[in-house]
Design a protein around this ligand. Structure first.
Ligand code: FAD
Length: 477
């Protein structure tokens, strides 16, 4: 059993099939920093992976199996483990990143040549991207018709974890997880991650239960509020496969379908799970989405932001409180609320005129849920260059976004404590505060907290002018 982005025992069809009929199973995880090339895991994801593997190893151990860890080229490791064990079949869950799909094909060919059967199962997605098609048999580019097409189809019923896993008496060699150096040491910047998260399958189930017990009823109203816990925070667990989307889908439906109060929230939650599917769907059909603007005109966009501006954005020093709060939340916890992801991404692209690729790369390194499909699709969505994208000329006003979605300022006060003493009226726009109020709050703009690095009105005009230089083909509403 070759584990990949399915680091769980429950609802893992590949694992269940591998274990059927009392077969002897070797549980293998390969850390392959070669095959993923540019999309090798970022630092926060590596932290998560370490703990996720430790947790999986314990869960396997309770069922009688050892997790074998090997580092290197996947093809070489699989060939070697097959030779060491005499395995006749290799089981895995499909992955959908372009590099992972190419790798699967190569492994398939290698195993075929060696007379070994390769069995692939769909465990990470609910809807096979190859099967969902428009009436004319092309791929959907827009979410709403995609959602219409999939929402009526039955999602696979989750299957239980195997009770016992039998393994061969002699196991292949395993490396030590600690020797992989996935955790940061010099310096150890992971304190905020440790305080925020506990990776692992049991925690994923707890989190889903907590969300279904407390938040799903208000999800539609509260999911845009970064100042409260209104969403599930399941994204890293889903990314690493510690819980399956089918499990989330069915448990949410079972709890909420007969309860009027919960059903509106249920529909919105299922739709968000479907946005994840849609992102994978887009990546499957347009594999260069992480690198190339979906709308080709955007390849000519006159990006003009500076390195200093990029650094100010990355470190949460733009002078716009909600942007800075989001970027600091990301840096400290490895996660950022979806509304604030949209605001910070829009700010980078449209206020600073810095390419969405720079933003996607920073998120890739910092997010514990960094996911090639969701990250690339979302960045292109915000940029306006994506398949089903927000129009480029819709430019978020960070002050208004803060006032609307963080009305009492709790989110900004938490992450930007140096301006916490400002009255609510000025919290999202400290530059408007009169000098005596700033002094009373202990703030010297430009010293204790930055002045805005760009002026919103001017930046908006500059963004629209830059947008206007793009060749035709852009439908302006
Ligand atoms: P909930 O609101 O509880 O939603 C449940 C699940 O649905 C999520 O865990 C997630 O798997 C999925 N989901 C929700 N919203 C979206 C969405 N807009 N697109 C795709 N799937 C969604 N999500 C990632 O998982 N990895 C990323 O690398 C990532 N990068 C993003 C970058 C930008 C610029 C933006 C705007 C969004 C990005 N998202 C990404 C999508 C979204 O922000 C997160 O999935 C969400 O914030 C996770 O929080 P949650 O688990 O509480 O979500």
């Amino acid at each position: 059993m070759w584990f990949r982005q399915d680091l769980r025992l429950a609802d893992n069809p590949a694992l269940v099939h591998a274990c059927s009929s009392g077969n002897k199973v070797v549980a293998l995880f390969i850390l392959d920093d070669v095959s993923a090339a540019a999309w090798t895991m970022g630092s926060a994801s590596r932290w998560w992976l370490h703990h996720s593997l430790a947790s999986l190893a314990e869960d396997l151990d309770r069922r009688g199996a050892t997790l074998i860890l090997r580092r290197g080229s996947t093809r070489d490791v699989i060939k070697s483990v097959v030779a060491e064990t005499g395995a006749t079949r290799v089981f895995t869950s499909r992955c959908y990143e372009p590099w992972a799909r190419a790798l699967e094909t190569q492994v398939h060919d290698d195993l075929k040549a060696a007379g070994v059967t390769f069995k692939r199962f769909a465990g990470s997605l609910m809807f096979n991207p190859d099967w969902v098609r428009t009436k004319t048999n092309s791929a959907f580019k827009v979410f709403t018709p995609f959602w219409r097409a999939v929402s009526g189809t039955e999602v696979r019923t989750p299957i239980a974890a195997p009770d016992e896993i039998h393994q061969p008496a002699v196991l292949p060699r395993s490396e030590s997880l600690n020797a992989w150096d996935l955790l940061p040491t010099k310096p150890d910047w992971a304190g905020g991650l440790r305080d925020t998260w506990q990776p692992g399958e049991a925690q994923a189930v707890d989190r889903l239960d907590t969300f279904l017990d407390n938040a799903i009823g208000n999800y539609t109203d509260k999911r845009n509020r970064p100042d409260i816990v209104g969403t599930s925070r399941l994204s890293p667990y889903l990314h690493f496969g510690e819980i399956s989307p089918a499990t989330c889908w069915h448990r949410a439906r079972d709890i909420a379908k007969n309860d009027q109060k919960l059903s509106a929230g249920l529909e919105t939650f299922l739709k968000e799970l479907a946005w994840r599917e849609f992102s994978y769907y887009l990546l499957f059909h347009w594999p260069n989405m992480p690198e190339v603007s979906f709308r080709p005109e955007f390849e000519n966009f006159p990006w003009s932001g500076t390195d200093d501006q990029l650094r100010a954005w990355q470190s949460g020093q733009t002078g716009y409180p909600v942007v800075d709060a989001g970027m600091r939340e990301l840096w400290t916890t490895g996660w950022m609320h979806n509304r604030v992801r949209m605001v910070t991404a829009s700010f980078l692209i449209k206020h600073l005129l810095i390419s969405w690729r720079e933003g996607a790369a920073w998120f890739w390194d910092c997010l514990v849920d960094a996911d090639l499909a969701s990250n690339s699709a979302s960045w292109q969505w915000v940029a306006g260059s994506g398949a089903d994208a927000a129009p480029y000329f819709r430019i978020f006003n960070p002050q208004k976004q803060g006032e609307t979605f963080d009305p009492a300022g709790d989110y900004v006060r938490r992450w930007v404590p140096e301006i916490a003493k400002l009255p609510d009226k000025y919290l999202h726009a400290p530059w408007n505060a009169p000098p005596d109020i700033l002094a009373h709050a202990g703030i010297t703009l430009g010293k204790t907290y930055p002045r805005p690095i760009v002026d919103h009105t001017q930046a908006r005009a500059a963004a629209l002018a830059a947008f206007g230089t793009l060749k035709s083909g852009m439908a302006v509403e």
